[in-house]
Design a binder for this molecule. Structure first.
Ligand code: PLP
Length: 352
């Protein structure tokens, strides 16, 4: 089956004559620029940024082995998720599907844009059933959000399953790979050519240590990228951010070293945590955090807060009863967490 992406796009977006910025209309170099109402006196920031981030995309292109024309950049993945929903979903008419529990933004963005929702429950051990993803699909089901490795559960969805789902789903499939650099599974980037309805999301916020920069990356067919470009805010990424992201990515040695440390810490603390009395269950993780079930999650959360250690309560999510999400820190931070948790075990066992 071949999908015509244009058939999935909102009619208003297809019809849209996009805003044309000065820097998009004239891309060459010149000595005198009098076309954008900028302040002419030279300073670091007096000019508008490149609206299509060409220089940064070239660096990403060679790093990820994807053509620049298959890359879209956003002010964080959050902005990209919103732009994707607005490109394809007609408010009050179209629907997005997303796995649950997963990253909260899929549902929030659907609500903000007033589009219909269908959550797809993960099964035991947070496994995904291929069949539920595509069952009863109608033409209102424009987008399916998947996340692998999944936040907050930590597991990866098997690559073969993902590819089957992307083939079967008659709409856009977004695979959020925010944690892929920590994973033993391969990115789907290599498969992009085969799947015109696939959007892969990655970010500089996690493995690359640049959450404060706000750079999200989408990889997709040229057709999809051209629609995302059509509706994005003209200058969505500032000059400083583009420049810093570029130098960060040119020197990826630092990130690679840190990812290695985080992965070895993941292995080191898993068994220690698993053997603790206070830990009821710890889920294996392919990411930089653990989902951990306790006897009483809120009590542990408060206890850790009292020790100046902040972790995330995830206990209200389905299948995550009494669970906290704990990010893997530096070796020193992890030692402190383990020490503090060990004391909690001792305190509890003396009480009972
Ligand atoms: C953290 C996270 C993001 C956030 O990305 P930003 O680029 O910081 O907006 C996206 N997806 C998932 C699954 C995340 O956990």
């Amino acid at each position: 089956m071949t999908i015509d992406i244009s058939d999935l796009v909102r009619p208003s977006v297809k019809r849209l004559k996009p805003f044309s910025s000065a820097r998009a209309e004239y891309e060459g170099s010149a000595e005198v620029f009098l076309d954008a109402n900028e302040n002419p006196f030279d300073s670091t920031f007096n000019r508008y940024p490149d609206p299509f981030q060409k220089s940064l995309k070239e660096v990403i292109s060679s790093l990820k082995n994807v053509s620049s024309s298959n890359i879209f950049l956003g002010n964080g993945s959050d902005e990209i998720i919103d732009i994707i929903v607005r490109t394809f979903c007609e408010p009050r008419k179209d629907r997005v599907r997303y796995i649950h529990p997963s990253f909260g933004m899929y549902e929030v963005v659907a609500d903000i844009n007033d589009v219909l929702k269908k959550s797809i429950p993960l099964g035991s051990e947070f496994k995904l059933s291929k069949e539920i993803c595509t069952s009863d699909q109608t033409e209102i089901d424009k987008i399916l959000f998947l996340c692998s490795p999944n936040n907050p559960t930590g597991n990866s969805l098997p690559k073969d399953d993902l590819l089957d789902i992307i083939s079967d789903f008659k709409g856009i499939v977004v695979v959020d790979e925010a944690y892929i650099d920590f994973s033993e599974e391969e990115s789907l980037i290599k498969d992009l050519d085969q799947y015109p309805n696939l959007i892969i999301l990655q970010t500089l916020s996690k493995a690359y240590g640049a959450a404060g920069l706000r750079i999200g990356m989408a990889f997709a067919s040229e057709k999809i990228i051209s629609y995302l470009n059509k509706i994005k805010p003209p200058y969505n990424i500032g000059t400083v951010t583009q420049n810093l992201a570029e130098s960060l990515l040119k020197d990826s040695a630092k990130a690679i070293k840190e990812i290695d440390i985080i992965k070895s810490e993941r292995q080191r603390i898993f068994q220690v945590l698993a053997d603790m009395k206070v830990v009821k269950k710890i889920y294996p993780s392919d990411a930089n955090f653990f989902l951990i079930q306790f006897e009483n999650a809120l009590k542990v959360l408060k206890y850790l807060q009292g020790q100046d250690i902040i972790v995330r309560d995830r206990s209200k999510l389905p299948g995550c009863e009494e669970c906290l999400r704990v990010t893997i820190g530096t070796p020193e931070e992890n030692d402190r967490l383990l020490q503090v948790l060990k004391k909690y075990t001792y305190a509890e066992s003396t009480v009972y």
